[in-house]
Design a protein around this ligand. Structure first.
Ligand code: PHE
Length: 452
């Protein structure tokens, strides 16, 4: 049987918007603002920017070049460059398989809140205990999870150009516009400027090793490093698209949206809570508990809520699409399946695992793996263990197995490589060292020895 072609992005814009679509997600919308508030405002921001430019650039570029050079997804890409090291592609290939189901459960919560705001139910959503009560139900969260997953599936069924690229070209500009709209509205509220100061001005008393560690972890997650996605999207990049400037633009987009999210959320919470930012620190509860209350307290808040959950849905959807596409691409490469058949298999697996993660908040709340709920287990094993290990192996592979020149040569096919020296230095020395620090600290955190 002839192998089904996977497709390619039609140009630089398609690549940049689709990859930025993967990078911009819940990590930008709630994780970045709360980390910045917690770890010293401008001090964290500055550290993050330095890390993104030096370290993030090297890793994103390396993965993209591996993808474009081989034209394959991670499961075969490493082996195509060095057959003896084909095994290195296995860990990153498993990561999106495990993230997709539980990420889609959160996507379902976003759809539910959007429906709630649209149908004028916002008041109910601001009641204490509403979110906890909602996620512990069995049926409704499953229905919304299916809805979110179906949206993701329809887009990926459309293929690279007609599905992913077309969606990104519509959703990403709209996402930027909607974010700007809320930022401008929020900043015009009395007292908001104090919140902006808190967000932007450096507070060095909060700056320490933990700041750097937190910035590093955030950079990994936010840039979709070691999730296979960058290799997959790199494999859809034509040889004439300049790679270094494309990667820089993706980073710029991702960081820009993270900063705008901070400006959208921190001043609003600051005004609402009279300067008390303790409720910024909580993860999902910031988005689903605190923010609905903040919106309810604003004039025109029902409308702001609708806009906010639309943009959050877009951000989550472009990320889940990149996950599903990466897994689909693995199935198509490895088992020579068609796009449709690959998606059908992933769908069955994801619905089972996603449903178990969702039920883990209620009916299955007594089920624990390594004393974590199903949802938290999947999140921890991927983010804290598999992704840093995969990143470390990628650095080893590039600097010690195939050589940095292999990556440089691929970059130079389409443009001069201005940051080549920096790239080689980072991938060979800085990145491995930083990843080992992140890995050890996240293991210590998981076993409860360190609290970050
Ligand atoms: N980069 C995304 C974010 O910042 C994280 C992510 C991407 C998660 C793709 C899953 C899939 O939220």
């Amino acid at each position: 049987m002839a192998k089904e072609e996977k497709g390619k992005f039609t140009g630089k814009l398609g690549y940049v918007l689709a990859t930025a679509g993967s990078a911009v997600g819940l990590g930008n919308l709630w994780r970045f603002p709360y980390l910045t508030a917690k770890y010293g405002g401008g001090a964290f921001l500055f550290t993050y920017l330095i890390l993104v430019i030096i370290f993030g650039f090297g890793l994103v570029l390396a993965e993209t070049a591996i993808g474009r050079k081989t034209g394959k997804s991670s499961i075969l890409a490493f082996g195509a460059l060095s057959p003896k090291h084909a095994w290195i592609g296995i860990i990153p290939a498993i990561v999106p398989v495990l993230i997709l189901p539980y990420y889609s459960v959160v996507g379902g919560w976003v759809v539910k809140y959007l429906f709630g705001f649209l149908s004028g139910d916002a008041a109910a959503m601001t009641q204490n205990g509403y979110f906890g009560g909602y996620v512990s139900q069995s049926m409704e969260p499953l229905v919304f999870f299916f809805i979110f997953f179906s949206l993701t599936t329809v887009i990926v069924l459309g293929g690279v150009e007609k599905g992913i690229e077309r969606m990104s070209k519509i959703l990403m500009p709209v996402l930027v516009l909607l974010t700007l709209l809320i930022v401008i509205y929020g900043l015009s509220q009395p007292g908001a400027i104090e919140g902006v100061k808190y967000f932007i001005l450096p507070n060095f008393s909060e700056f320490n090793a933990k700041t750097v560690l937190a910035a590093m972890g955030q950079m990994f997650y936010s840039l979709s490093i070691s999730m296979t996605i960058l290799i997959t999207y790199g494999s859809y990049m034509a040889k004439d698209i300049p790679m270094d400037t494309s990667v820089l633009q993706v980073e710029l987009f991702d960081t820009g949206i993270a900063i705008l999210s901070g400006l959208m959320i921190i001043p609003a919470v600051f005004v609402f809570a009279n300067g008390d930012l303790s409720n910024l620190h909580a993860g999902p509860s910031l988005m689903f508990v605190t923010l609905p209350k903040v919106f309810a307290s604003m004039k025109g808040g029902a409308f702001v809520g609708i806009v906010f959950f639309i943009l959050t849905l877009f951000a989550a959807l472009t990320s889940s699409v990149s996950l599903l596409e990466s897994v689909t691409s693995i199935f198509m490469d490895k088992w020579n399946l068609t796009r449709k058949k690959s998606i059908a298999i992933i769908l069955i697996f994801s619905i089972i695992v996603g449903s178990l993660s969702s039920l883990g908040f209620g009916a299955l709340s007594t089920v624990h793996i390594l004393s974590l709920s199903i949802f938290d287990f999947l999140d921890t094993i991927t983010n804290s263990v598999m992704m840093p290990v995969a990143a470390l192996l990628t650095c080893y592979f590039v600097s010690r197995v195939i050589g940095c020149d292999t990556i440089s040569d691929e970059v130079k096919i389409s443009s001069p490589f201005k940051m080549e020296k920096l790239f080689i230095f980072t991938i060979t020395y800085v990145a491995p060292l930083c990843i080992i620090i992140v890995l050890v600290s996240s293991i210590l955190q998981t076993v409860g020895i360190l609290s970050v």
